[in-house]
Design a protein around this ligand. Structure first.
Ligand SMILES: [Zn+2]
Length: 208
């Protein structure tokens, strides 16, 4: 049985989790961002909320011990472990327009928004319902004036973050496609889902 699920560079996956399951997202090579979005499996209008999370957790830097909250003010996940410790929850998933507007690149470019949508379609989630993602390993820095800078991730080979599901979830996860977020080159992301007893769950997903 396959144990580690692999998200190839510049792609994504979507899968289900039960309340109490654990999700471990691993950076197998280092310096690779993974965008994560969450939906309540029972009512997909409920989804992860950057604003509610920062409000209730009273920080913009989420790590071990923090919860990720929904637009309906419910806990969706708890961060149980975080070996790197730097994640972003300010910036929206990179989209086709990101590369036209910020990179001045008119040609086709893969993006997290497209990869999330492609994989979430089988759960009937539309592109306009995809919220700001929790950007695992993303290194966004800001100064006292509020000026933002996207720097290469500080994550090193084998760094991981582990989440516990606080409700039944649909999860979208990517290996981010944006040059500036990933130190200029694209790597895979690995992940493992286990139930509360530590038994590894097989993720079936052919929508890369
Ligand atoms: Zn991205």
């Amino acid at each position: 049985m396959r144990t580690v699920n692999i998200i190839p560079p510049q792609s994504g996956k979507a899968f289900e989790m039960n309340k109490g399951d654990l999700l471990t997202v691993i950076d197998p090579e280092g310096k690779q961002v993974s965008d994560m979005v969450l939906f309540n499996r029972a009512d997909k209008r409920e989804k992860i909320s950057s604003g509610k999370t920062m409000d209730f957790e009273e920080t913009i830097l989420l790590t071990k011990g923090n919860f990720l909250w929904s637009n309906r003010s419910k806990k969706m996940m708890e961060i149980k472990e975080d070996t790197n410790g730097r994640n972003d929850f300010l910036l929206a998933p990179c989209s086709p327009e990101t590369f036209k507007i910020m990179y001045n690149d008119p040609s086709y470019h893969p993006s997290c928004l497209e990869n999330l949508h492609k994989n979430l379609t089988r759960f009937s989630i539309e592109i306009d319902n995809i919220p700001t993602a929790f950007n695992i390993f993303m290194n966004v820095q800001f100064d006292e004036t509020g000026k933002l800078k996207v720097l290469p991730p500080t994550s090193r080979q084998g760094d991981f973050i582990r989440f516990k599901a606080e409700m039944d979830l649909i999860v979208g996860l990517t290996a981010c496609s944006a040059e500036d977020s990933n130190g200029g080159f694209f790597k895979p992301i690995h992940f493992i889902v286990t139930n509360g007893k530590g038994v590894i769950k097989n993720i079936v997903n052919d929508f890369t």
